[in-house]
Design a protein around this ligand. Sequence first.
Ligand code: ADP
Length: 806
Amino acid sequence: MLRAIYIAIAISLLGNLGMAQQSDHAVSSESQQIAVDAMLERANLELQRNQFIEAQKILVSAKEIASDSAIYAKAQIVQTRLYSFTGQLEQADRNISKLEKIISKDSPSYIELLLVKADVKIKEGDFVVADAALKLISTLKAENSNKELATQLEYQRANLYLHTNNLEQAIEIYQRIIPQLNRQNLFFFETKAAYNLAEAYFKNSNLEQANIAVTSAISTANALDFKGIELDSYLLKSSIAKGLGNFQQAWDYLNRYTLIKEKTVAAANAITNDPKIASTIDKQTAEISNLKKLITNQDSTIKGRNMYSILFLILLTLLSLLTLSLFKNNKLRARSNVTLEVKNSALIDERDRAQDAAKIKADFLSTITHELRTPMYAVTGLTHLLLETKPRQDQQDHLETLQSSGEYLLSLIDNILDFNKLEANKVELEKIPFDLKKRVEDITVSLKNQAKDQLNNLNLEFDTNIPSRIEGDPVKISQILINLVGNAIKFTKNGNIWIRVSQVKQIEDKCLIRFEVEDNGKGISDEKQEDIFNNFTQEGSSTTREYGGTGLGLAIVKNLVELMGSKIELDSKIGRGSIFTFDLWFELPDTNKFYEENSTKGYDHFNDEEEYPEHKKLTRSSQKSNSEVEEDEKNEEVQSDEKINKAEKDPITKTHNTDEKSKPSPAENPIISLKHATPQDLISKKILIVEDNKINQMITRKILEGKNFDCDIANNGIEALAKIKETQYDLVLMDIHMPGMDGKQCTREVRKFDRELPIIALTAVTLDESEKEFYEIGFDDIIPKPFKMNEFFEKIQKAFTNYQIY
Ligand code: ADP
C-alpha cells in the first residue's frame, strides 16, 4: 500500500519533471528519496517493458535531483541495470566497479548492486564472479530479513545454474520460486523465471514442459507488457514448436520475434551513440536480417512441408475415396453378381428347356420316320409284287401311281430323318479310304434310268489325275451328288446333265477336288437362288405340283458341304440351266497302311477291288454318256464263252478270296460279263432272310421267290446262326435291329467260322451310321431299307456275279 502511494507521488512528480528541474533544488532529503525511488521504480518498469528511452529519461531526471550520494547510487544501480538490459555490458561493469567503492557494504543498495553484478557477470559468462557475488549476498544474511531479496537471490542462483548447464538444479529452483515471486508481486521476475524455466526444460530436451512454461511466460509478459521477455519467449517458443514438429507455429513465433526485435533494437539504438553499442546494434540488425532469411526459408520449408501435408491429405482423401468406391463397387458387383446368377440360372433353365424340346422333337421325328418305314416297305413291296402279276392296264396305271407315291414318301422320310440329324448336330464325318471314281460311277449308273425317263443324257467327266484312293466320307459325298444330280434330272427335260469331278490342286498328301453338277434345264430365277438352300423352300408353289419334292434336298446338301468345310455355289439362269459347284479337300491315304490296316483286322476277304465288281466296266472310261455305257454293256454281253464259263465255274466265294494267286491282278482283271439268269439258274440258290418283322419277311420272301430264289426265314440272330451252321446258304440278307442277337452280332459270330458266305446288311445307312463299321464287322454290302426295287436287285446281283437277275 505504501509502495503504491510512493509511486503515485513519483508519477505526479514525473508529470511535472521539467518544472521540478527549474524551480527548486532544495528539496528535502526525505522527499528527494521518495521521489527518486518512485522515479527509479518507474524506470525499472519501463526497463521491464523494454521502454529504454523512457527509462533513460527518467533516470537522467532522477540523477539530477539526487543530490544525496546514496540516492544517486541507487539511480546509478538502475542505470547499470539499463546497461545490462540494452547489452551495454562494459558500461555496466564500469558502473558496478564505481558503485562497489561508493556504496556501503551494509546498505540494502549494496545487495541490489551485487544482484545486478551477478546478472551482468552471468551475461558476460563470468560465472565465477557471478557466483562470488551471490555467495557474498548470502554471507551478508540480508535475505533473512527481506523475503523479496531472498527470492531474487534464488532467482539469480538459478540463472547461474541455467547458464552453467546445471539444469536439474535450475529447474528445481525456478519451479519453487515462481509461486513465491507471484505472491511477492515480483511479476517481472516471476515471468522471467517462467521463461528461464522453459529454457532449462528446452536445454534438457523436455519440450512438452518447456512449451508449458514458455506459454505461461508469454501470456504474463504479454499481459504486463514485459516486451523483453515476450520477445525472448517468442524465439524460444518457435524453437520448441519446431522441435515438436509444429512448423506453422514455429514460423509464426519466429516472425513475431523478428518484428518486435526490430523495434527493440531501434529503441536501443536511439539511446546510445557509443560505437561499441552501435556495433552490438549492427550485430543485432544482422541477426534480424539472418532471422528474416531464416523465416523466409522456414516459411518455404513450412510451405513445402505444408504442400507435402496437403498432398498427403489429398492422397489420403483420394485413397479413402478409392477404398470407398471400391467397397461400393464390390457391393454393387456382389449385387449384380447375384442378379446375373439368377438371370444365368433362368437362362440355363430356358436353354435346357429348349434343348429338351429340340431333343424331344428330334427323337419324335426319328421314331416317327423309323416307324413309317415298315408300313412303307409293305406299300412299295406289295405294289411291286402286284405289278409282277401282270395286272390289267387300268390296274397297272393305279399300281404305278401307288409305287411312285410310295417312293416319294420314302424319299421324304429319308430326307426328314437326315435333316433332323443334321439339325441336331448328330452327324459326324467319317474318314475312310475310298475310290471316288467308283462312287461317282455308281451314282451315275443308279440314276441312269431316271435320266432316261426324262429323256436326258447323263454325262460323267472324271479327271484321271485324281488319285485312285482318297480319304473322306463316301456316304455323305454320295448323298450330296445324288441330291444334286436327282434335281438336275428332275428339272431338265430332253436335255443334258454333266457330272464333272476334277482335281484343282494337290499339295503333299492332300488334294482339292471340284465337283460340278450342270444341267441345261429350266434354271432358277435370281431372287430364288439364295432361298432354295433353306429348309422346305422350292422355287414356287407350282413346283410341288409339277415336280413333287419337299424342299429339303438342297438344305441337306448345303449343310453337308459346310460340315465338310466348304461352300456350295450356284450359277443359274432361267431357261439356260444351272451349275452347282463345290470344292472339297481330301487327304491321300498311305496305300501300304491301308492294306496293313485291313489285313490286320482280318477283313482280307473284302477289298476295294472287289467292292462293286459289276461296275468294273465303268472304270475303263472316264467320259461316257449313258448311251455309251449301254453300248459297252451290249459289247460285254457277247464276250467269249470261255470267260463266262470260267466265271460260272467260279463260286461266289471266289470273289472274296484274298489268296493272291486266285485274285486277278489289275492288269489281267477279267471283265465280268452277265447273262440273264434263268429260273433254273436261281432255283438252286438258297437265301436266308433274317428279319423280325412278319410283314417284311413276307414281302422280301415274295419278291425273291418271284425271281425263283429258294428262301428261308430266321426271326432273329440266334435262329439265323443256328440255320447258317446247319445249311449251306448262297446269300444272307441280314436285318440289323432285331431283339435278342442283332444283325451285327450275328454276322460277327458267323465270321468266326465262315469268312466266305456273302452277307448283305438290310438297314437304313443314314447320315450318322458308319458304312465302315459294317464292312469291318464282315458284311459284304449294304442295302438301304426300305429299298427301291431296282437298287435291291442291283445289290443282290453282286452276290451272283455271273447272272443278270433283272
Ligand atoms: P425339292 O427338289 O425336294 O423340291 P430341293 O431343296 O432339292 O427340294 O430344291 C429346292 C428347289 O430348288 C426346287 O424345288 C427347285 O425349285 C429348285 N431347284 C433345285 N435344283 C434345281 C435345278 N437343277 N434346276 C432348276 N431348279 C432347281
